[in-house]
Design a protein around this ligand. Structure first.
Ligand code: GLU
Length: 500
């Protein structure tokens, strides 16, 4: 079996298209078939090489690969439509020669007037057929005179066009709505409906799996297959990916492109796993499935007709699952760019710096939906500022009580005499402060938290405190932003409160 993904490189890869790519890829890999990547770039104004490169990168990032494509070549290349113009011309010449295509000289104004007239009289909007009957001589004369002409396919008279769709079952279109489509525009570029048929046929694609927005193009394409003497592939039109309000997922719903999800810190395995669940169910209650398992279970025939709703909450849940399963070294590698973005790491943290960043990322990872949120949880390490903490009225109130002041004063004295804290050192410190002040529970911990982190809440102190002091020992050459140690924090806090 041969599947293909055929993106138009006119922007970022939309998650709906990524899902189309994924279903093709899963079907190809699961069936031992081939996956073909074809770039549909005949729209010269909007297609860019940059967009093509980013689409390929996003597909690879999600874990997909292909057997033939513009970057790899293959037996049915070239795989960019802009490089196949001669092929399209050969087939349009053939149709012209056989009289199943004709030149059309209608101007846009003429076509618009015809369209309005059809709407006004309740007739189906389709090409009026004006140029269908022009004689060969007239056509030649007008072409020789330099008049520009498109080429239209002369659609045969049919009552209906019917086909079996793997997702939708029998699909039937009345012949009445099928006007003669343009197959080559007046500037010589092939139209989508024509190029796609020529390519899918010549590339021997057995299964066309694509978005439902193309279902109404399919009857024209089927008639073209027939006219060109090709046998059509099997079709599967996937319901569109919808936003929570059941309209097609678009900008106003938030992030829509794979690139955006990537920059926000979703893991590729999470996005891929989640997209597989939009419109398909692996059965049972399993939802967190590694890509190999998706390949094993996926059947294109099991894809439902119901629209898949893209649910950001569920994506976040899937992402949390994968975040928790990351190995420390992969977490470190993935988190570094987000620390850099937050200004907590320089351009090139060294080995020790990367280990430290991985260690602190692991402290935060259980409490976030995505990597991008990790630095925010760790601000207490890098952005300790006594004056700022005390400018918060609630914190100020907390530390003005006599018990809190006593805890902070003792804490500062104790810390001055101690080495940097690890988990055990912190236990010992707590016991000493408790002994000396007689405070316990919240009366003990809260002032300690405020003095050491500058915040009234955050992760457990047993984890935060050793992280602070481990950070304080990092050398500046490690490429990690300076972390003020616990001792310096307590002393500064005590001083600001006039306790020393
Ligand atoms: N280039 C078309 C698109 O991106 C592909 C349609 C098809 O798969 O036939 O919508």
């Amino acid at each position: 079996m041969r599947f293909r993904f055929a993106p138009s490189p006119t922007g970022l890869l939309h998650v709906g298209n990524a899902r189309t790519a994924l279903f093709n890829w899963l079907a190809a890999r699961g069936s031992g078939g081939s996956m073909v990547l074809r770039i549909e770039d005949t729209n010269a104004e909007h297609s860019t090489g940059e967009s093509e490169a980013r689409i390929l990168e996003d597909l690879r990032w999600m874990g997909m690969s292909w057997d033939e494509g513009p970057d790899l070549g293959g037996p049915f290349g070239p795989y960019r439509q802009s490089e196949r113009l001669q092929t399209y011309q050969a087939y349009s010449d053939e149709l012209l020669g056989r009289g199943t295509a004709y030149h059309c000289f209608c101007s846009p104004e003429q076509l618009e007037a015809d369209r309005r007239a059809a709407v006004a009289t309740g007739r189906p909007v389709r090409y009026a057929g004006t140029c269908r009957t022009l004689s060969g001589n007239v056509v030649r004369r007008r072409l020789d005179a330099g008049e520009s002409a498109a080429i239209r396919f002369s659609v045969p008279e049919v009552d209906k066009v019917e086909f079996h769709d793997l997702v939708h079952g029998t699909v039937s279109f009345s012949g009445e709505v099928i006007g003669d489509p343009i197959i080559v525009r007046s500037d010589g570029r092939p139209a989508y409906n024509f190029a796609v048929v020529v390519d899918d046929a010549l590339m021997e694609i057995s299964h066309v799996v694509r978005g439902e927005d193309h279902i109404s193009n399919t009857p024209r394409q089927l008639l073209l297959y027939e006219a060109l003497g090709f046998s059509p592939p099997v079709f599967a039109h996937l319901s569109l990916v919808m936003g929570p309000d059941r309209t097609p997922l678009a900008k106003r719903h938030g992030a829509t492109s794979v690139a955006e999800f990537r920059t926000r810190g979703y893991l590729p395995e999470a996005l891929t796993n989640y997209l597989a669940l939009v419109g398909w169910s692996p059965g049972a209650d399993d939802e967190i499935l590694p890509i190999e398992e998706l390949v094993r279970r996926f059947r294109i025939d099991d894809v439902g007709q119901r629209a898949g709703v893209f649910d950001p909450e569920k994506l976040a849940w899937v992402n949390r699952n994968y975040l928790k399963a990351l190995s420390p070294s992969r977490l470190a590698t993935l988190a570094v760019p987000f620390f850099q973005q937050a200004g907590f790491a320089g351009a090139e943290p060294d080995g020790g710096g990367t280990v430290f960043l991985g260690y602190i990322a692991a402290l935060a990872v259980g409490a976030v939906d995505r990597l991008e949120q990790i630095p925010e949880r760790l601000k207490f390490l890098f952005e300790f500022d006594v004056a700022e903490a005390l400018s918060d009225p609630e914190i100020r109130r907390e530390v003005e009580g006599s018990e809190a002041r006593r805890v902070i004063a003792v804490l500062a004295v104790e810390l001055s005499a101690r080495p940097r804290l690890d988990a055990e050192g912190f236990l010992d410190l707590k016991a000493a402060v408790q002994n000396e002040t007689g405070c316990k529970g919240r009366a003990l911990f809260h002032p300690i938290r405020i003095a050491l982190t500058g915040c009234g809440d955050g992760m457990e102190l047993d984890r935060a405190v050793p992280a602070i002091d481990r950070g304080a020992e990092m050398l500046s050459a490690s490429g990690v932003r300076t972390v003020v140690g616990c001792r310096e924090r307590a002393v500064a806090f005590a001083a600001a409160l006039g306790l020393s």
